[in-house]
Design a protein around this ligand. Sequence first.
Ligand code: CO
Length: 195
Amino acid sequence: METVLESNKEYTLEGERLKIFTFPSPILKKKAKEVDVFDEELQELVKNMLYTMYLSPGIGLAAPQIGLSKRIFVIDTQYKRNKKINAEGNEEIEYSHFSPMVFINPVLETYGEIINWEEGCLSVPGVYEEVKRKEFVKVRYQDIHGKPQVIEAKELLSICIQHENDHLDGIIFIEKLSLIKRNLVTKKFLKKKKS
Ligand code: CO
């Protein structure tokens, strides 16, 4: 069966836009469960997760963020997004350079120096803070067909993988800040969310 993620097939932006759960939703605190069925339903889910990520727009999205407690996340740190005016004079978003990645049941090994990187999250919109993470990551995971894979990553992709993997363990990036910073950011975010 063909999927949107066959390497010989170009990705097409299509799917259903899913609701993103925001902090402090309880689903974001849960430890997600392993995926053991690799069927069409999973393919559909991944397609919709990618679609939701691109439209939001974000560079990563984990299943708990769409209310599903499963060990799945999608990433694309490469795509380009440009606003343009179409023939009718309306604003249109033009996407290019898609490079979707799907990680199922990932297991991470981080190594290297500790680095600071500014992060954001679709579940904590409007908040951008520097987080300390390891420089490199080696990930063992399963692809959409359940086939074991392994990759090593650095820079933005490494940070993104670590951030998304935290979601599978019920951890949001603001929890990695110092207690003072974390309280400040949380208070500010909740106040803004209420208003
Ligand atoms: Co996030």
